[in-house]
Ligand binder design. Structure first.
Ligand SMILES: C[S@@+](CC[C@H](N)C(=O)[O-])C[C@H]1O[C@@H](n2cnc3c(N)ncnc32)[C@H](O)[C@@H]1O
Length: 191
């Protein structure tokens, strides 16, 4: 179906290293696919933020955020559309969305330190009304649902690198995506 441009359905927009087309099993299992890795990364980034105010790494660079926002503009996504950022990390993309005018945005991440860091950055930016939750997208504990737009910048990639049965985890990802999106989904990989 066609996307959330008219607000009637849900769309998933992904930026990752698996550009276009079906995923090949070219993913090499890596620590980048584990929760321990991301917990360690965000504990460190949280500490760096607290000490120096540095927000840390922007995955795929600033331009990736502009590209996503341009996609949303092009598809006339209303500013009050409900948007979920899957694996939000430091939450910098949430900040960009809020500054652009999106008013119904939620970030989830399974790393509690990532969510704490996002909260600190959002607070420093003086923004309110951004919802944050510690959630494992592959094992959703709450009734997260009804999102018009789901954004994924690097999380599906990370999940695909999991050393423990990544194929199953990708399937679970798709199931979770269908669960959280409003009505039906269209997946858009904008590379
Ligand atoms: C490559 S980083 C990207 C972070 C952020 N999207 C960005 O663009 O800066 C991948 C993120 O996915 C999160 N993540 C990985 N697997 C997850 C899962 N099953 N549920 C929720 N978050 C997950 C990690 O904690 C990490 O924040």
């Amino acid at each position: 179906m066609s996307v959330g441009a008219d607000g009637s359905g849900g769309a998933a927009v992904a930026v990752g290293s698996a550009e276009g087309g079906p995923l090949e099993d070219g993913f090499v299992p890596s620590a980048l696919g584990t929760r321990e890795h991301w917990d360690a990364v965000y504990e460190r980034e949280l500490q760096t933020f607290q000490e120096y105010g540095d927000t840390g790494e922007i995955w795929f660079g600033e331009e990736s955020m502009n590209r996503l926002i341009r996609w949303m503009q092009k598809h006339k996504i209303p500013l009050d559309a409900s948007v979920l950022d899957i694996g939000t990390g430091n939450g910098v993309f949430l900040v960009e969305l809020a500054k652009f005018g999106f008013s119904n945005i939620t970030g989830i991440d399974y790393s509690p330190s990532a969510i704490q860091l996002s909260g600190n950055i959002i607070e420093k930016e003086g923004l309110s009304n951004i919802k944050l939750k510690v959630e494992d997208f592959l094992n959703l504990s709450t009734k997260l649902s009804g999102f018009h737009i789901c954004i994924d910048k690097g999380t599906f990639d990370a999940i695909s690198l999991n050393p423990d049965n990544a194929v199953e985890k990708r399937k679970q990802y798709v199931k979770s995506l269908s669960r959280v999106l409003k009505v039906k989904a269209q997946k858009n990989n904008i590379g």
